[in-house]
Design a protein. Structure first.
Length: 145
């Protein structure tokens, strides 16, 4: 492998009642704890909880086995929120997801938190990317070194 760069333009923010409007496309998604103010029509992201990738982001989030863990991380008044970037290349999704997890270390992720099995990878995020680092580079890391 060689060094790779990925430009990830994150789309939307979806709360639990609106997940059905999320595109059924392949990509990377992030799960956040947030506070929704219905009167002001605003969402205030508090913490990044999880990063994942899927061939169908909407289906994966809707049927994810970590819902209870995510909800267990919520404080009073918080709800789950999601954003996503839609990319089709399986190898690109996994590598970009791994780099983001390794850099951000979300509390509900276990894989890639302490290791990164790919060559140098640079991620540039834009769009709806609150709480994500705008530019990060991760190099090969082995958990046993």
């Amino acid at each position: 492998m060689s060094a790779k760069n990925y430009d990830l333009n994150f789309d939307g923010y979806w709360r639990v009642p609106a997940i059905g409007s999320m595109p059924a496309q392949s990509g990377i998604y992030c799960v956040y704890a947030c506070i929704h103010d219905a009167n002001a029509k605003t969402v205030d992201l508090k913490r990044l909880l999880y990063i994942g990738e899927a061939a169908d982001v909407r289906d994966r989030i809707t049927n994810h086995d970590k819902w209870q863990e995510w909800e267990g991380k919520l404080k009073s008044g918080e709800v789950l929120c999601f954003n996503a970037v839609f990319i089709s290349l399986v190898s690109g999704r996994e590598r970009a997801e791994a780099a983001m997890i390794n850099h951000h270390k979300p509390p509900c992720n276990t894989t890639y938190v302490n290791s990164f099995p790919f060559d140098e990878t640079t991620i540039i995020t834009s769009g709806r990317n609150a709480l994500l680092t705008a530019k990060l580079t991760v190099v090969t890391k082995n958990a046993f070194v």
